[in-house]
Design a protein around this ligand. Sequence first.
Ligand SMILES: Nc1ncnc2c1ncn2[C@@H]1O[C@H](COP(=O)(O)OP(=O)(O)OP(=O)(O)O)[C@@H](O)[C@H]1O
Length: 713
Amino acid sequence: MEQFQSAYQEEKERLDRTLDEVEARLRELRSIPVYTGHDFTEQILESGREAQRQQLEKSVREPYFGRLDFEERGKEASPLYIGKVGVADADGRKPLIIDWRAPVASLFYSFTGGDSAAYEAPEGLIEGLVYLKRNIVIRKGILERVVDTFNKDSEGPAVSDEFLVYRLGENKDNRLRDIVSTIQAEQDLIIRAAKNTALIIQGVAGSGKTTVALHRLAFLLYQYKEQIKAERMVIFAPNHMFIDYISEVLPELGVGDIQQSTFGDWAARVLGLEEAPTDGADTLTRWFDRGEPNGERPDDEALPGRYKGALAFQAVLDRYLERIESGCVPDGDFEPWDGNRLPRETILQWFEGEYKHYPAARRKERVLARIHRWIEMELKKSPSPTALKERKKKAQQREKAYAKKWPELEAAALYKNLFLTFGGKKGDGSDGEIVSAIPAGIYKETRDYLKKGQVKDEDLAAMLYLHSRIQEIEGNLTFDHVVIDEAQDFSPFQVAVLDRFVKGHSFTILGDLSQGIHYYKGVRTWEEMQALFAPQETAYFALTRSYRSTMEIIEFANEILKKGVGTDLLAVPVFRSGEPVKLKPAVGEERLAAISEALDQVLAGTHRTVALLTRTMSEAEELHRDLMDQGRDVHLIDGDQRQYAGGISVLPVYLSKGLEFDAVLVTDVDRSRYGPQDARLLYVGCTRALHELWLMHGDQLPEYVPDKVSADV
Ligand SMILES: Nc1ncnc2c1ncn2[C@@H]1O[C@H](COP(=O)(O)OP(=O)(O)OP(=O)(O)O)[C@@H](O)[C@H]1O
C-alpha cells in the first residue's frame, strides 16, 4: 500500500511538471498570430504550428499512458513516458513524451519479463534492462490510476494482466476505441511489421484484428512518413455501418484522411458504375433467410461466387484478352478515299510493335490518332481544292466507320461481350473453346442477368481485372497500403486484382475462417491467399488470444467451434470472469414474454449496448415491432444503415459480424433453425458479447451447443 501511495505521489508530481511544461508550450504557440496571408512558406509554417497546437491540446488532456524504466547498456536508467503523441522538451533535444510508435516504445509492448530486453532502432539493435513497466490512467489532465504491470524489485508475476483486465471490463459505447495503452506483444509484432509485405492474419473472434489493423495504419504513417500518404491508404470493410463503427479510432490516434470503403463502392468508382452492386437481398435471403437450417452446400466449383473469385477465372480472362487484343486491328487496309490506302500491315506494326508497351485501350487511341495525322498529311497532297474537299468529306466518313470496327476496349463492355457475343454459340470454334471453360450453369445465369443490364458483386473482380489490363491505372488510383478486414469473405481473385493497384504488395489482410459465414464466396484456407505472393513477399500471423469476451463466453463459443465447425483454431481467453452464459427457453406463446424478461434483466445492469440477434431479417423486423409496441427504445439494423447508434439493437445474426455489444441475446436457438451448417453463424453471434450472453432457445438445442451451463437465472 505504502509502495502504491508513493508510486501515485511520484506520478502525480511528474504529471504536474509535465502539464506545466506542455501548457507553457501551448501558450507560447497560441501567442503567435495565426498567419492568413498568401506566402506559401508562411502557410506551410502555419499549418505545422496548427498541427502542433492540436497535438499539444490532446497532450494536455492525456499526456501519456505508460512509463518504462529502461537502462540501455552502458548508459544510465531513465524513465520513458509514452503517449499517443510525442512531445520534445523545451530545448527540443530530449523527448518529454515519446510517441507510442517510436522504436523505443516498442519495448513497452514487447517486453514480457526476463533479465534483458532489446528493441530494433534505425541504428541497430539496442539492448538493456527493464526495471519498471507502469500503466498510468490520466483523464482530462487528472491522474486516475497507477498500475505496475512489471517491477523488477517485486515478487509478483513477470508481467501481469491486471491493467488489461481492468480495461476489458469497461462497458463499450457505439464506437470502437484505440488500445494504445494495452497493445499486446503478439499484436505489436503485426502493427510494426515492415511495409512491403503482404501480411495475412488469422485471428479468432475478438482477438483485435480490426483494432490492430487501424493501429498498423497509424504506425506505417509514422514510420514511413516520407514514402506514404494517408490519402493513399485504404481500409476495406464489409459495410457502411461498420465503417462508421470504426471511424473514431484513426482520428483518436492523430491520423486523418485514410480512405475507408467497401470493395463494391471502390470498384464502382474505378469502373464508373452508377452504383455498387452488393450481395443483393436475393443472395442474402437465399443463404440466410430461409428460416430453416442451411442445408444447401453445392460443390465449391458450382458456386458462382467461388468460381468467379478463383484464379481459374482469371486464366479464362487472360485467354479472352489475348484474343481480343490480337483481333483488335480490323481486317483489310484503311482506304480514306478510293485510290489511297494505308496497309493493314503498317497499322498492325504500330499497334503490336511500336506501341506494344502501352495497355490496349491506349494503343487503340494512339493508333487512331496516328491514322488521323496520316490522313491530314495525305490530304495535303490533293491536286486541287475540289479534290481536297471531296477527299476530306470521304475520309471523315471512312475514318469514323473504321474506328467503329475496333472492339470497345472498356471493362463493362468487354465483360458483357464475353458472355453475350464472344465465341458465338457456346462451344463454337476456338473463341467458343475459351468460353466453354466457364461452368455451363454459371455461364447461363450470368448471361441472363447481363442481358438485362445487371451486374453482381461477384463480377466486380473480373471487371476490375479487365479494366486494369486494358487501361492504364491512373496514379491517383494506386495505393501505398491496403487493409482488408473480414478477408475470409474476399476471394483470391479480388486480392490479386487489388495487388495490381498497390505498391510493393503492401497489404494487411485479416480474417477468421471460423467466421466465414458467406459460404458462397470467400476462402476456405489462407493458403489460397498466400499463393498469390512469392514466399518472401508474404508473412502469416495467427492471433489466438481473445480480448473481447469473458472466459465464460469464450469457453462456450469454443465448444461450438469444436463440435460444430470442427476446427482447432480455438480462442484463448484473457483471465476475465463474468456471468455464466444463460440458456433460457423462449418458444411458442411464451417466446416474446421470455425475451422481454431476459432483456429487462440485462438492462438492470450497467450495460450500454445490448443486441438481440435473430436468425432472419424478417424475425428481426417482427421482434423490433413487438419491442417498440412495448414502448422500448430499440433500433432495427437491416443492412442499409450508414450509422451505428448504440443502445439496444435488433438485427439478424449475419449482420452482427465485426460489431460488439456489452450484452447479447440470441433468439430462436433451436435445431430446426440452426442446422449443422449454421455453427459458424451461431459462433459469430455468441462472440459479439463482451460481458453477458443469453441464448433463448426452443425445444431442442443444436447438437453443437453445450447445454451444461447454469440455466437458473
Ligand atoms: N490489446 C488490447 N487491449 C485492450 N482491448 C483490446 C486489445 N485487443 C483487442 N481489444 C478489444 O477487443 C475487442 C475486439 O477487438 P476487434 O473488434 O478489433 O477484434 P476482431 O478480431 O476484429 O473481432 P471479430 O473478428 O470478432 O470481429 C475490442 O473491444 C477491442 O477494443
